[in-house]
Write a protein that binds this ligand. Structure first.
Ligand SMILES: Cc1ncc(COP(=O)(O)O)c(C=O)c1O
Length: 399
């Protein structure tokens, strides 16, 4: 026990000594991962229902993804967009083959915030207008334009001075959008399920109304699918799904699970928007790099080969059913493996108690909501472990 504590202390001390103190960390030194499990340096294993901020979609170190990265790393780590690459060609073709109908072009970058910045830029370029409407509770990243589009908690404050031209509407309330959508508006951007805000959803007709409004006023509709994309909801994307009335926006942004842990972001773009983007309008050194592209192709293949979308739907249904046995959970929000469990009381103590039982979950900016963003390969036996732990926590609280 003492040796374990010393190992943790050594790593903690070193990390805290040489890095900025910007992240609150769990008391665990992650060494190795496999599927839904994280193995700590002290030999303990943790059930990961958070996926490292929704990144581990295919599970930790999926063998097919690891092999593809290894193989590409041995051939060519990187060359920029100045050259053609069969690895990049394959990734783009694969991504577009599963993209919502009508989104026919990809632009690769490195992160979610960068994908959103480029999407907003494309909306401005395509329309010649400047303003962007986003929503209370939406989170879009931490670089200047994305943080200015983030009407959640203290983020805009952190990002001051904000980029001008960002307007705030109410999620799910089409009249609040209509009131702002004048001839100065280039784009409307939203998280179709607001994750950080506590996994807030809107009715399917809201998305249809947004699409109609954008068509009527020539506004570019952007879905930030950095969290909801790449299979998390049990569909490849929220765009085009029944939950959103089948609506397809003009641009979808992706990151997180797209590379299974290799940093990569993307914008999926309609032909109409693509036709307005010229050489040198967008760019980034690392975008479309070979290792990232190999990871993208392998990630999408692994999701298909292992039937993960089907798994998400089946295991979500099982999880919801089992959660009905836990009276402390008063609501289950979201879709697929982006779920918010609402408690009558604060969720932070539950998060802590679960961690003591070696189960990693997430909190949110809603104090009563615990977030689950597990790998898409989570199985019913692991759901049982989680639900039994929840029941155990609440029986011991009650006793
Ligand atoms: C919905 C959403 N958009 C954008 C981002 C920013 O992504 P990144 O941290 O890769 O810049 C995040 C990150 O949590 C996110 O959840």
């Amino acid at each position: 026990m003492e040796a374990r504590a010393t190992q943790l202390d050594e790593v903690r001390e070193s990390e805290e000594r040489y890095q900025l103190a910007t992240y609150k960390k769990m008391s665990l030194v992650a060494e190795r991962g496999e599927g839904v499990w994280i193995y700590a340096r002290d030999g303990e294993k943790y059930l990961d229902l958070y996926g490292g901020h929704a990144v581990a979609g295919t599970g930790h170190s999926h063998p097919h993804v690891v092999e593809a990265i290894r193989e590409q790393a041995g051939k060519l780590l990187f060359y920029s967009n100045l050259v053609y690459s069969s690895t990049r060609a394959r990734a783009a073709e694969k991504l577009i083959s599963i993209a919502p109908v009508g989104l026919t072009r990809a632009f690769f970058c490195n992160s979610g915030t960068e994908a959103n910045e480029n999407a907003m830029r494309m909306a401005r370029m395509a329309t010649g207008r400047l303003n962007i409407i986003t929503f209370t509770g939406g989170f879009h990243g931490r670089t200047a334009d994305s943080i200015s589009a983030t009407f959640l908690g203290k983020y805009r404050e952190i990002g001051r001075p904000n980029v001008p031209g960002h307007l705030e509407a109410e999620f799910g309330d089409i009249e609040s959008v209509r009131a702002l959508a004048d001839e100065g508006v280039a784009g409307i951007m939203l998280e179709p399920i607001q994750s950080m805000a506590g996994v807030r959803t809107a009715e399917p007709h809201f998305f249809r109304a947004l699409r109609d409004l954008c068509d009527e006023r020539d506004i570019v509709l952007i879905y930030d699918e950095v969290q909801t994309g790449v299979g998390r909801t049990g569909d490849w994307f929220f765009a085009g799904s029944d939950a959103g009335s089948g609506v397809v926006p003009d641009i979808v942004t992706l990151a997180k699970a797209l590379g299974s842990g290799i940093p990569v972001g993307a914008c999926l773009v309609s032909e109409e928007i693509a036709s307005k983007i010229k050489e040198n309008d967008l760019g980034t050194t690392f975008g479309g790099g070979m290792v990232a592209m190999a990871a993208v192709t392998a990630t999408l293949e692994a999701i298909e080969t292992d039937a993960m979308l089907e798994n998400v739907k089946a295991v979500e249904a099982y999880l919801r059913e089992r959660l009905s046995e836990v009276p402390a959970v008063v609501g289950v929000h979201g879709r697929g493996f982006l779920l918010g469990l609402e408690f009558q009381e604060k969720a932070a103590p539950v998060h802590k108690d679960l961690l003591e039982r070696k189960i990693i979950t997430g909190t949110s900016s809603d104090p009563n909501v615990l977030r689950l963003l597990p790998p898409l390969c989570l199985k019913t036996v692991e759901v049982d472990l989680f639900v039994n732990a929840l029941k155990d926590i609440h029986s011991s609280v009650g006793s």
